[in-house]
Design a protein around this ligand. Structure first.
Ligand code: GDP
Length: 297
């Protein structure tokens, strides 16, 4: 799908203003309509767009834009700054405990990329934070999830703890934590079960696992390609589990990534990582400023 960036959208308005030499309130209104359309096309939630555009409009009616020779560019700058601020401004780092092991619980719907991201995160923590991670196969329901994690573990040479699929996740986690202590592994990454839809059984199990694992980080993994659904998923998981961070996967796809903005404003939890490929090194820290640029196109 081809998107038209905000720059192109504002061009026509700017050309008109140049002819007149002065920006009017009506011009700002036209520009705001373009901002609104650009954000909706980028898949930002309409409620988020509405309040966002109101904020931007207030700033745009100020001196900087009204007296500017390049009002379109000024508006783009305001939009980019506000988007960046809305997504948290700076990159938010992963929570690491100073009392090892750090426990990271990966949650999300089936297919979002939990298992893949668990491996990626283990590699990231070893490379960038000098950690010795243990991957824990806690998804006992999805066929092949355990094998998949074992395969990833072998590929990156990181140990994987599994007890097959006949033992409860609660028991697996209890044993895994002990194993990590015994083996002096300082970071435990738990791959939990996901389902196709959020349901009570899944949430209750995750709550119990949370109670046992006492995670320093509850990382929600969401598929950026699912747009508005990703926002609903994030809201539900956050309500029930009080997540601490989000990884947005499949940002290498052709989405503008407006879900990032909505997720942040709906949950008020930081997006910490972006999944940029299927490969095990395809995880990057999430940068709000770069995302703002991408959403604007
Ligand atoms: P889980 O059910 O949540 O554990 O999902 P998986 O980890 O098995 O991932 C589901 C599919 O998404 C797999 O084919 C992964 O290779 C793919 N995937 C995961 N993360 C990314 C990503 O950042 N980019 C791309 N292109 N594919 C991804």
């Amino acid at each position: 799908m081809a998107f038209e960036g905000l720059g192109e959208r504002l061009q026509a308005t700017m050309d008109r203003i140049k002819g007149k030499g002065k920006v009017t309130e009506a011009d700002i209104k036209v520009m705001m309509r373009e901002v609104r359309l650009a954000l909706l096309e980028a898949d930002v939630n309409f409620k988020v767009v509405k309040s966002f555009v109101n904020d931007v409009k207030e700033r745009a009616l100020g001196q900087d834009v009204m007296t500017s020779l390049t009002p379109g560019q000024q508006v783009i700058k305001i939009v980019r700054d506000e988007l960046t601020a809305l997504m948290g401004g700076e990159n938010s780092r992963i929570n690491l405990s100073n009392k090892p092991p750090t426990v990271i619980m990966m949650v999300g719907l089936q297919g979002a990329g939990k298992t893949t991201t668990s491996g990626k995160l283990a590699l990231h923590l070893r490379k960038k934070h000098n950690k010795k991670p243990l991957l824990v196969a806690g998804d006992i329901y999805r066929p092949a999830a355990i094998d998949q994690l074992q395969t990833v573990g072998k590929q990156i040479d990181i140990p994987v703890f599994d007890m097959g699929d006949k033992v409860s996740p609660q028991e697996i986690v209890t044993n895994a934590l002990q194993h990590a202590r015994d083996e002096h592994l300082d970071t435990v990454i738990i791959d939990t079960a996901g389902r196709l839809h959020i349901d009570e059984t899944l949430m209750n199990e995750l709550k119990e696992v949370k109670g046992i694992a006492k995670p320093d980080e509850i990382m929600l993994v969401v598929d950026a390609m699912t747009g508005q659904d990703a926002v609903n998923v994030a809201e539900s998981f956050n309500d029930l589990l009080d997540i601490t961070g989000v990884t947005l996967t499949k940002l290498d796809g052709d989405t503008r990534g407006g879900a990032a903005l909505s997720i942040r404003s709906v949950t008020e939890k930081p997006i910490k990582f972006a999944g940029m490929s299927e490969k095990v090194d395809g995880l990057e820290p999430f940068h709000p400023d770069r995302m703002a640029q991408r959403i604007l196109g």
